[in-house]
Design a protein around this ligand. Sequence first.
Ligand SMILES: [Zn+2]
Length: 144
Amino acid sequence: MSVDRSWMSRRIVRGLLTEEFNRGVLAFLDFSFSNQDFVWDSKIKCPCSRCKLRAFGTRSEVRLHLLKKGFTPYYTLWDQHGERRERRRAAVEQPDPLSLSNPFVDLVMDVGGFDFDTGEHDETADEYDIARRCRHRSTTIICS
Ligand SMILES: [Zn+2]
């Protein structure tokens, strides 16, 4: 992916909120709220370091959280807000440090039980999406 998301980790420089981060947050909000499938009751999953995508917030709430708390680490592919993974790069080239520390996840992936990307996406789009998110957050979600 060619999109530069490095600004997500540059929230504060020399004690000040950066304009770069502020602009990035606005871009994130514009992106998220343009994907209606990922907006529930005018709210989106809040990716701040406190909510960690487990809570929902309005545009202004999420903006405030992100400016105050920053993004939760490693959320550089915004797949919980409608962004599509182009291929399995996140799993292959950028291993999620959280799942690396979880022996159960490694075991399951070793036996091939998580190879969702080869299924027919048209008929099972919803299941595919759930499975994909499940894998993305494999340390916290129960997959059955
Ligand atoms: Zn939050």
